[in-house]
Design a protein around this ligand. Structure first.
Ligand code: PAF
Length: 281
């Protein structure tokens, strides 16, 4: 497995691979790899000649310094997992290489960045859109693989690619969960065992919402009230936002007429977790 730490060097290797007619797949990550990332890599390997994984904790997308400081990091462990997963090339740039002095160009996906995660974490999606654009410029992938757990991010990256005519196919993969339903997340590593148990309220509330929609409930307020009650019953949990919204525009819904996305962010102690469920027909 090759490891590169400079965007320019990465571009040279990508040009060479493309020159040889090889397809490149990219799984962009911030490290602290778990089974969710590995499922993306598995699909990436099955569809591309060369599989690249980026490991870069992007400071630009952290709205709170404290969050950046506690973000789990384990480069050595990640490299072992990447190798075992059959990654051909790891792109792990240093911060200085990605954002050298004088850096001042940003990518802003205006509308999709506004709500939910964007409203709670000012500047977050500008950081995501900027780094993803830079990762695509460096790795020059034919396909990039992202998870549905970060639903708004996946939508935004898909929009970004369309709006900027980038020649990358975005593949969105389903959420990977623990057997008890907890969505895999690098942030789960920061939960105590009591918090880990409390965190199940996210999945429980989403399962409840899905069940009620399937049983015929159409009133968004009734659904949101039910979800909020489940979260509030858990003493260690505090809801940041609970969304019942259109899956493409992310606009809040009053009535469920077709597909609906339930998405939420919940503080469990000092850890903020997100999860979602898409209910279609
Ligand atoms: O989802 C993530 O891990 C990050 O937001 C991403 C897409 C790697 C950009 O830093």
């Amino acid at each position: 497995m090759q490891i590169l730490d400079h965007p320019g060097r990465m571009q040279d290797v990508a040009d060479r691979l493309r020159g040889q007619g090889k397809t490149i797949g990219l799984v962009p990550t911030m490290g602290a790899l778990h089974e969710g990332h590995l499922s993306l890599m598995h699909r990436c390997r099955s569809e591309n000649d060369t599989s690249v994984m980026s490991l870069f904790v992007n400071p630009l997308q952290f709205d709170r310094k404290a969050d950046l400081e506690v973000y789990p990091r384990d480069l050595e462990g990640d490299l072992k997992k990447a190798e075992a997963a059959g990654v051909d090339l790891v792109f792990a740039p240093a911060e200085q290489a990605m954002y050298p002095e004088g850096f001042q160009t940003f990518v802003d996906v205006a509308e999709l960045s506004r709500r939910w995660e964007g409203a709670s974490r000012p500047g977050h999606f500008r950081g995501v859109a900027t780094v993803v654009t830079k990762l695509f410029t460096a790795v020059k992938p034919h396909r990039a693989y992202v998870g549905q757990k970060d639903y708004q991010q996946a939508l935004l990256v898909t929009r970004l690619v369309r709006d900027l005519n980038l020649d990358v196919e975005i593949v969105v993969m389903p959420i990977v969960r623990e057997p008890d339903g907890l969505a895999l997340s690098s942030r789960n590593a920061n939960l105590s065992s009591a918090e880990r148990r409390a965190a199940l309220c996210l999945y429980r509330s989403l399962t409840y919402a899905e069940g009620r929609v399937r049983a015929g409930e159409r009133d968004a307020k009734a659904l949101l009230d039910g979800v909020r009650t489940i979260i509030e019953r858990e003493p260690l949990a505090r809801a940041d936002y609970i969304a019942c919204c259109h899956p493409e525009t992310l606009d809040p819904l009053d009535r469920i007429e077709g597909a609906v996305l339930f998405a939420l962010a919940v503080w469990i102690g000092r850890t903020r977790l997100i999860d979602n469920v898409l209910v279609t027909g």
